[in-house]
Each structure stands twice: as structure tokens, then as C-alpha cells.
Design a protein around this ligand. Sequence first.
Ligand code: X8Z
Ligand code: ZN
Length: 654
Amino acid sequence: MIHRNTLLALAIGAGLLTLAACSKDTPETAGSTPDAPPVAGATDASADAFVKRVNDEYKAASPELNAAQWLSSTYINDDSQLLAAKASEQNLNRLNGWIKAARQFEGKPMSADSARAILLLKLATAMPPPSDPKKVSELTTIATRMEGMYGAGKSCTGEGPVKVCRDIGQLSEVLAGNRDYTAQLDAWRGWHTISQPMRKDYVRFVELVNEGAREMGFADAGEMWRSGYDMTPAALAAETDRLWGQVKPLYDDLHCYARTKLKAKYGDDKGQVDGGMLPAHLMGNLWQQDWGNLWDVLQPYPDAGSLDINGALQARHAANLARLRAEKPNATPAERVEIEREAELITAKQMTQTAEDFYVSLGMPKLPASYWQKTQFIKPRDREVQCHASAWDMDMAGDVRTKMCIKPNEEEFTTIYHELGHVYYYLAYNHQPPLFQNGAHDGFHEAIGDTIVLGMTPKYLQTINLAKAGDQNQEALINTQMRMALAKISFMPFGLMIDRWRWGVFDGSIKPEQYNKAWWDLKAKYQGVAPSTPRGEEFFDPGAKYHVPANTPYTRYFLSHILQFQFYKSLCDASGHTGPLYDCSFYGNREAGKRYWAMLGKGASQPWQKTMKELTGGETMDGTAVLEYFAPLQAWLKQQNEGQSCGWQPTSKG
Ligand code: X8Z
Ligand code: ZN
């Protein structure tokens, strides 16, 4: 699944054990136990026979592992966590057995596919397990506990009967919609209390995965993460620097504009922090990774273009609710609660059908009936669940699902398109051998749905009745571009900094006693964001971001934010689009769909450069398409920023 939780947490989507998209990972071998890992290889006559056996066992094992992880994500309690940790443990022990057995084939003749499969096997989990089974057990227990703590995390005030607790959804709503400085600060600080108890676990977790990575021949777990890109780990790190250098000037322009607006709203002292950095709690999002909720503050031209998607989705939901209420005018209070939930579910399913329709319009299949039966669309009210959106491939044979807590707003709506990108990847590469059922690299998995999101132009939004036909003048264009930039450009430095922190943690250059300081130093350096109140080492702010306790690598999202513009441009070309890039939607275009589906079907069966070439004609990741897309906005931002002294001094308050 795309976020593969714990074990596999690695790769979103990708198939192999780990590296898939947001999904889960690994397989289990029928009949084996943690104490008796299979003596793999002993009976395999050749490397090709070995790979075939691993593929079979991998697939056979996946339903049980995924079932345990699905339960522990959609029904968080001690029992489901125990079972998930055990399934994960068994899975990692099995993986260790395979990796060990693969060594006997080193230097022996084998097909190119088998060589690639063995390479991928070694990178199959983001959580490299030590060979000592006791340590594997400790590792999976810690990993499951940290993820559970995040999922059940709440910020509480008061005691006894006046105790009030708020979960991530409620706290996020404050940042999204309440513009009161103190209310936002309170919500932001509240959420960051949930990770304080994780720090000790995380320190031990790092020790254990580093041990596992070293046993496999990597310098540390970070180097292992950087090894999954068909290039050296050092080259991958340099690539991310190069790509960031391409898009940073645009981020700097957006940063400068946002700061001017925040200062106008909150005053020169409160609208910025220290050397011109943006206050962490005022960006509309707990991690400042998406500034879209600040539309009311940052909108260039009020009302131009009438793109009020939030309003349209809420109106849809209100209509659903009104219809159900009208059917039962004399409902009791308890029945009224049920009616509200039913309306929420109907709205969430409608939003998902609209997203599905985009994919189907490209010629892709409809989602299977089981998807609609087994997906978690909304937050249940009788138990704790992991609300962080994810996409799952339960059995590598069509049981695909998503798990979300959908609300009728624009951010959630586009997240559905994102998750369905993972799901369609799963379906497209289902025919590949299990070890190739993954993204070309993990950034590909993350980019599939987001590419579709770029195709959600004003014209498309009108087609699906979420926007009114407005004047398409220059002001409307700048509004549309700003809406996209607040989601995409604001994200880029965040996409980079998370793993800059983890790479440092894994290689030891960031020590446990500097975890928080190093986090805020990187936030300052890359995002130009700072907390408004000191964040000493009594906090563990990295743990308040899902992917840290869930151990999901994050560089994939940075790469995806570059790749999705390249894919978008290629699909636009395939659809025969002429004119400015930002104006293209390939909605309904079968030729674009055919080319996209062909790429998805390749999975991880060949180096990503080859897969990329087949779609785009090029073999490198490149930020030029990002700049081409946003050219009108960048020119506008430069005008707006004239006379301002832009940039910031990254002094940290960590
Ligand atoms: O985690 C996700 C997806 C699941 S793969 C919802 N994303 C990152 C995040 O939320 O931090 C998508 C964008 C970045
Ligand atoms: Zn994803």
C-alpha cells in the first residue's frame, strides 16, 4: 500500500516489500515461523528458480500481512497492534532468510530479471531488520507502537469531567479556518505534544534499523534508502540538491509574498519570526507543507475566476444531508446522528466516484466492487483509526482499498485523486512478478495521482460542476496558479527537509540530544519557517509528522513534485494540447491514458530511466516543466515583491 506501514513502510506503492506506495509490504512464506526462517536457496537449483520461489512465497504471504496491518490501522487497539507487530516480525524474518539465501547466487549466471529481482529484494523494506530474531521482535513492537501513538494522538486540556481532547482532524481544522493568532498557536502546540513520548522509542528504532542496514552492507539505513534509485546513493543525494536549486527561486518568491500578507494581517512583529521566517502555526497546516488553507489571506484577486471548490463541496454535502433529513422528518436525536454519518459517507463516496471518473475517462478500468465494499471512506466513531490517507494492495490480485477520513474540502478531494493514483498503479502492474510490483521508483508512485490533479483545470472543474463558468482573464489565471502553487510549491522544501533530517539521524551526524534543534535548523534553512515559541529538546517535533513514526521515506514526495510536472507535460503532448502548459487538461483523452497506463504497467521491472524515457522521451528528472507551468505566477510574484527585501536569516529557535 502506499503507505505501507510499518514494516514496509517504505515505499509507497511500490511493490516490493517495501518500497511501494503507501502500502504495505511484505509477504510471508506459508508455514514458516520467525524461529525457523526458510532455509532458502538450499533447494533452489539456480538463481532463476530461487527468484521464482521467492516471488511465489512473497505473493502467498501478502494477504495475511496486509490483513494484520489493515486491522491495526482501521481498528487501533492493543490486540490489533500485537497481531500487526507479529505479522511484521514474521515478515521481516522471512525477508532476512531470503536475502541471506540470495548470497549463494552472487556471481553465478542468472537472467537480467533475476538479477534485478534480487537487487530489489535487498531494498524491499524501509525498516532493515537485524538478523537477531529478538531484535526483530523489538523493532516491530516499537514501530507498531509509534505508529499507533500517532494514530490515536490527541491534545487534551483540563482534568476529570472538564477534560477536553482534540484529535488531528479537529486541530487541523483550527489551523485551516480560524485566523485567531492564539487559537492557532494553541492548536499547533497541542498537536506537538503527542510525539513527546515517542522520542525514546525513536532513538532505539534508529539503532536497530542501522544495525540491520549494516548487516546488509550499507553504511546506515539512510544510505539504504538512497540506494533504491538505479544510481549511487551519492548521486541521488546530489540530484535532489540540483532539482531543489532549479525550483528554489520560485519558492523564495512565494515565501516573500506570503510574508508580506501575513505581516499585513498580524502585524510586523507577529506575522514573521526572527530573521524574516514564517511563523509555523500561521501557515494553515500543522507542518507548513501546504499553504492552500491560507487562501483567504493569500488570494491575489478576491473572487476572480470563482474557484470556490470548498464551498461547492460543502454545498454538495449540505444537499445530501438535507435530502436524508427530509426523508425522516421525525428522527430521534440518535437517528439524527446516524443520518449525519450516512450523509458524510454518501458525500465521501461521491467525491471518490468523481475522482474515479477521471481515470476511467482515460480508458482505465472502473474500480472493482470490492474497493467500494472494503474501503474506509470516513472516520468511524466507535474506535481509533489511522486517518493519514493511504492506498492498499491487499493481495496483489485485485483487492485494492484506500483508507481515509474524508471531509468535504478541496485538500481531501485532491488527496482522493492522489490515492487513486496508487491504486491504479497497483492494478496496472498486477501482471508483473511480485518483486516487480512496485513503482519505477517510489517518487513515480507518488506522482501518478498528482499528475491527474494538475489536470484539474478550471474547465475540468466546471465539467464536474465544482466551479462556475467564470471569466478566464489574467486575474483569474493568477488566482488559479496561486491555488496550485500553494499546494505544490510550498511543499517542495518540506519534501526535502524531512529526509535531510533522517539521513543525518541515521548517519549519526544528528545525535539524539539534538533531534529537535536539528529539525528546526532544517525547517529554517529549507522552508524559512520557524516556531514562535522555543522548542527545546523536551519536545520531539519530527514525531508529529506521520511519516517519521510510520518510517515512510519522504524524498519520494519531493521527487514526485518534480516528476508530476514532467508527466503532465508528456500527457498534454500526447493529447495534442497546444498553448500554454498550465491550460491543459487531458481529461477524457484516451491517447494520454493509453501512454500513462503503459508506463504504470512496467512497474519496477526495469530501471526508472527507461520507463521515464518511454513516456517523456528523457531520462532525467528535471524541474523545467515546473517553471514553465508557473511562469505567469512567477512574473506576477516578482512584481508584487518589488521593493521588499526578500529572503530570510535561518536562525533557529529550536
Ligand atoms: O502521505 C501522503 C499521502 C499518502 S502516500 C496522503 N502525502 C504526503 C503527506 O501527506 O505528507 C501526499 C503528499 C505528501
Ligand atoms: Zn501517496
